[in-house]
Design a protein around this ligand. Structure first.
Ligand SMILES: Cc1cc2nc3c(=O)[nH]c(=O)nc-3n(C[C@H](O)[C@H](O)[C@H](O)COP(=O)(O)O)c2cc1C
Length: 207
């Protein structure tokens, strides 16, 4: 069965909610999603402890999901990467995982497999599309074929919150407490479906 790896980082759970919707889309396409959390070895525990919502979410995600591994990513037929925006870029926790992929790059295991990106930001113009674009750069080095969301998903034309052709996005609000709405989640599912469909097609081509 086609397997789509969905590594994500999330501080307050919004990117996690998006990851679950992407996984639903993968399943709707008849493929198998594999969710994994990056964990967080970068934030000192005493800093995290100053923000109970962050600490509680972190503990729950650590208990609920497997941690990301280079091996799982290399073995999958495609990936969808989820990250909150950090100053218009991906979160360092996700960058740290991507920077651990030199061995995967050397092996060529990810060449000609599809990859999509989904992003959560606090503000509407705070870097949703830029974050997807900069996350594409290392994925291109790894040989992935970039998959966005086409305008046949008509909600791209009407959304007033998140959702871009570069990938699903989400508007979290200043406190990061606005949950993804139904339109944002629909666009997440659309990415999951499309990456799974492209993975199936590319697997057939690779033979
Ligand atoms: C250091 C830092 C930088 C951030 N930079 C941006 C930014 O450039 N633009 C923006 O809209 N939101 C920014 N945010 C807000 C987060 O993207 C937002 O809280 C996140 O989307 C919530 O997702 P999560 O619940 O999965 O953590 C930043 C947050 C932090 C902590």
């Amino acid at each position: 069965m086609t397997r789509i790896y969905i590594p994500f980082y999330s501080r307050y759970g919004n990117t996690e909610t998006m990851a679950l919707a992407v996984a639903e889309g993968v399943r709707e396409q008849g493929a198998e999603p594999q969710l994994a959390f990056t964990g967080d070895t970068l934030t000192p525990p005493e800093i995290m402890a100053q923000d109970k919502r962050w600490q509680d979410t972190h503990q729950r995600l650590m208990a609920q999901y497997a941690l990301v591994t280079a091996e799982d990513l290399a073995a999958a037929d495609g990936v969808c990467i989820g990250t909150p925006t950090r100053f218009g870029n991906m979160a360092a926790q996700m960058k740290s995982f991507i920077d651990s992929l030199a061995g995967v790059w050397l092996s060529g295991a990810t060449i000609n497999k599809p990859a999509g990106v989904f992003v959560s930001t606090a503000s509407l113009h705070g870097g949703q599309e830029v974050t997807a674009l900069v996350t594409y750069a290392p994925l291109i080095h790894l040989g992935f074929v970039i998959v966005g969301v086409p305008y046949s998903v008509q909600e791209l034309l009407s959304t007033t919150t998140g959702g871009t052709p570069y990938g699903p996005t989400h508007l979290a609000g200043a406190m990061g407490d606005r949950a993804p709405d139904e339109t944002e989640l629909l666009i997440c599912r659309a990415l999951g479906q499309r990456v799974a469909a492209v993975a199936e097609a590319l697997t057939a081509l690779r033979g």
